[in-house]
Design a protein around this ligand. Structure first.
Ligand code: MF3
Ligand code: CO
Ligand code: CO
Length: 330
């Protein structure tokens, strides 16, 4: 018999029946994990065959140079379309390998090989000294997680961020997956984050300021009780990985640049279950939430058209990767 008095969630053990009366175990229903991700061991840097064209930073571990035009020529946009679709294929391929027990290092290896198999260079590799070909961000890791020997666990959420360099241009896209059986609030977080990106993309319109995008994202995410991470933003992209153009994921009237046809940039909201403030691990890459609560992220690269946006990182089947709740939230 279900007790008429709700049990205190703080006193429930993982295998107790959930307080909500679903009849499921607490750990399978409303329990939210509170243990933090630990640093693992990072394997040696992988190599790229000599015949693959490399971005300039591959040799010296530098970052993008400044001064790029956010509006790209039709030729650059055509190349970015092909590179973007290939990046989306890599993201889907690596995502298909996600399962409890699989290490993020194994996902990095799959990404590295999938990029090379398509004749491309995995853009993260040696970008500002980043040691791997993929960013893997688990649970409270907001972004820029470094793949290591930590096996994914049942109940985790994990973001894979793939960027591919081919035909002299970058395509940048990411998605978040649930690993095995995930608690309900985390599943909602992942779905709402995908929806927030879709709302941001729907706000793209020539003649309107970039701040429309952040407003659309913030309104949706906060309306569902979540918060928008401030420290990491969308960016111009093309021949350089990170161009000068900045896309805030929250409303700030100073993000006032007016969108024009041919502008190319990413939108990549990171949505937090609790506090949006972050800390950096001493590896100088891994960004985690200050309160240790989870975040999710989705990212597309897109071009502004005459009446909206064209997503350059859609898969050939037009669907989004990750646990979006629907095949295409846009
Ligand atoms: N792909 C990330 C972004 O969306 C950037 C990763 S930089 C790296 O902008 F060095 F960490 F790979
Ligand atoms: Co990006
Ligand atoms: Co990215």
């Amino acid at each position: 018999m279900v007790s008429p008095v709700a049990a205190d969630p703080a006193k429930l053990r993982p295998n107790d029946p959930c307080w909500c009366g679903s009849g499921q175990k607490f750990k399978r229903c409303h329990k939210v994990a509170t243990d933090r991700v630990q640093r693992g061991r990072v394997s040696p840097m992988r190599t790229v065959p000599a015949e693959i064209e490399r971005p300039p930073y591959a040799a010296d571990g530098s970052r993008s140079v400044r001064g790029d035009d956010p509006v790209k020529s039709p030729d650059v946009i055509e190349r970015m379309r092909r590179t973007g679709v290939a990046a989306a294929e890599v993201l889907a391929e690596v995502g298909a390998a996600i399962a409890p027990g699989v290490t993020t290092d194994e996902l990095d290896r799959l990404c590295h090989e999938a990029c090379i198999a398509r004749g491309g260079y995995p853009s993260p590799l040696n970008y500002g000294g980043f040691p791997k070909s993929l960013c893997t961000s688990v649970n409270e890791v907001i972004c820029h997680g470094i793949p290591d020997d930590r096996p994914l666990r049942d109940g985790d959420i994990v973001n894979l961020d793939v960027t591919l360099y081919r035909e002299g241009v970058h395509g940048d896209t990411n998605a978040t997956w649930c690993v095995g059986t995930v608690d309900e609030r985390s599943r909602t977080l992942v779905r709402v984050t995908a929806e927030s990106l879709a709302r941001g993309i729907a706000a793209v319109r020539p003649g309107r300021p970039l701040s429309d995008i952040g407003r659309a994202i913030q309104t949706h995410a906060e309306g569902e009780g979540f918060a928008v991470v401030r420290a990491f933003i969308g960016h111009g992209i093309g021949e350089v990985f990170h161009g000068d153009l900045q896309v805030l994921h929250y409303y700030d009237p100073r993000n006032s640049l007016v969108m024009k046809p041919g502008m190319v940039f990413t939108i990549e909201p990171m949505i937090a279950m609790g506090d949006w403030r972050h800390r950096l691990w001493d590896d100088d890459w891994t960004a985690v939430t200050a309160d240790g609560r989870r975040t999710a992220q989705f990212e597309h690269t897109l071009v502004v058209t005459d009446d909206g946006a064209d997503i350059l990182t859609l898969r050939p089947d037009g669907q989004w990767s990750g646990d979006t709740g629907t095949p295409n939230p846009a």
